[in-house]
Design a protein around this ligand. Structure first.
Ligand SMILES: [Fe+2]
Length: 151
């Protein structure tokens, strides 16, 4: 049985709005994946949640990257697009094969890909945004406003 995803301090980006979304993602993903191994309906629900959540979350990161001309935007966005493509490829397999391989792959994507992405790409983006916020108070204000609105 694959293990769930666990929030650890080294996943903190320091950007409150991003951390809040990541934590929500961890909690809901764990809730959905727990016990859904043999339940097609629940796995479909997990796909739905992931797709919606990811649109919003990746959208926010990409908006921030674009707004502040993040040099690695193209590469970071390519990772997001790739993750979405993987989910889109995986979901129809639910209709064609047994649940287990799909469930395992979904678990792998969420636990390995996503956690690794936060630890590397998102933290790098957050360091950049933090540096921008130090240089320009308006960036700080934007990040704070986003966080307040996401509460
Ligand atoms: Fe990201």
């Amino acid at each position: 049985m694959p293990s769930g995803i666990e929030w650890t301090e080294n996943l903190c980006t320091g950007i409150a709005v991003i951390d809040r979304q990541h934590k929500t993602f961890f909690k809901l993903t764990n809730d959905l994946l727990e016990g859904s191994e043999n339940d097609k309906k629940l796995i479909l629900k997990a796909f739905d949640f992931l797709k919606n959540y990811i649109l919003e979350h990746f959208g926010l990161e990409e908006k921030l990257m674009g707004k502040y001309s993040y040099a690695d935007m193209k590469q970071h966005k390519a990772f997001h697009d790739n993750f979405i493509a993987e989910l889109d490829k995986l979901e129809p397999r639910l209709q064609e094969e047994s649940l287990e391989p799909v469930f395992l792959r979904l678990n792998y994507l969420v636990v390995n890909w996503f956690v690794n992405h936060i630890r590397t790409k998102d933290r790098k983006l957050a360091s950049f945004l933090e540096a921008e916020a130090l240089k320009d108070k308006s960036v700080d204000a934007v990040l704070r406003r986003l966080h307040e609105n996401s509460n």
